[in-house]
Design a protein around this ligand. Structure first.
Ligand code: SN0
Length: 314
């Protein structure tokens, strides 16, 4: 693997899932592969799991890690040919090239701005960094996808599934803020790499981009979707069609114990952070069927799997 920008950088999911299993059982088994290598983690947005799990994974492989919150550096300009007489002090051409002098690998978190759909869906910031950096880039959630999360989600489902082809439901859930579509897009993309049965359910107006959902089974009836489900994956996202907006929607889309009772004793999943009693009620999150903590634990395993694949080629 040369870089990890999206799911298309992973050709053989099954062999990497086997590797992840080995890493889970022996996380320090390959702790020299990153010796004298440095990973720089750049955060344009907040993070808890991604930051700690990626740092831990890199350290397990023997790497040094430098983390920077970009808001504390110079404002970065991403437009080619910009006349930089406003607030941005440094162009990505220099920033990415300079960071590459100190780093053997760069991790980048940059959420969707949710203002300009075209710029977000072109992955402008991620791609500009990848273009001007001279070392591999690892996507720590970009405008449209969160591949480390989704890969960890596949690994989690593999671990907990009780039948070969479980029914996995991605359900929209309410939220007070406008959130990106990245986690949901990415989840759909990675589910397509498996042979699970995927059903997506969301209220009208919250359809994801067909770039991700073409060929998927989609219903506006949440209860129908929950019937016989083996995994419920809850996530809020803002509208794609009315880009970045929160539409007037029924709060009844919250995940409740009553709805979970329609399922086949399903596991409850969420990428976290989760707003209790808005997205999902306490009773579900605190039940033994909730695997959100194990899901987060798997972030370290999957980050380590991806980093070790990239290190092999450095
Ligand atoms: C992010 C998102 O993409 O939805 C990160 C998820 C891994 N989530 C949030 O920004 C939640 C923030 C909030 O206010 O609840």
């Amino acid at each position: 693997m040369k870089q990890f920008l999206s799911s298309s950088d992973v050709l053989y999911v099954n062999s990497l899932l086997k590797k992840a299993k080995r890493i889970q059982q022996d996380s320090y088994g390959n702790n020299m592969i990153g010796k004298n290598k440095t990973m720089v983690l750049l955060f344009f947005n907040p993070s808890l799991r991604t930051r700690l799990s990626t740092q831990k994974a890199a350290q397990n492989l023997g790497m040094h890690v430098i983390t920077m919150n970009v808001s504390q550096a110079w404002g970065i300009e991403f437009e080619d040919g910009a006349v930089m007489n406003l607030d941005k002090a440094e162009h990505v051409k220099e920033a990415a090239a300079v960071i590459s002098q100190y780093a053997d690998l760069i991790g980048l978190r940059t959420f969707a701005g949710l203002q300009d759909r075209e710029a977000d869906y072109e992955e402008k910031i991620l791609n500009q960094f990848a273009k001007y950096a001279t070392v591999p880039i690892v996507n720590l959630e970009s405008a449209t996808v969160h591949p480390l999360q989704s890969f960890a989600d596949v690994f989690t489902i593999e671990t907990y599934k009780k039948k070969k082809r479980p029914k996995v439901v991605l359900t929209w859930a309410p939220h007070p803020r406008a959130l990106p579509q990245a986690v949901a897009n990415s989840f759909v993309e990675w589910m397509k790499k498996t042979d699970y049965e995927l059903v997506i359910t969301q209220p009208k107006g919250y359809e994801l981009s067909t770039q991700f959902t073409t060929g998927c089974s989609i219903t506006y009836d949440q209860q129908e979707a929950f019937h016989d489900a083996d995994f419920i994956y809850a996530k809020n996202w803002s509208s794609y069609s009315d880009y970045g907006k929160i539409l007037p929607t029924d709060v009844n889309w919250m995940i409740t114990a009553e709805k979970m009772a329609l399922t086949n004793d399903a596991c409850f999943m969420h990428c976290l952070p989760v707003r209790r009693n808005v997205v999902v009620e306490d009773m579900v999150l605190d039940s033994p069927n909730s695997i959100v903590i194990q899901q987060a634990a798997n972030r370290e395993v999957i980050a380590q799997t991806v980093l070790s694949e990239i290190l092999k080629n450095l």
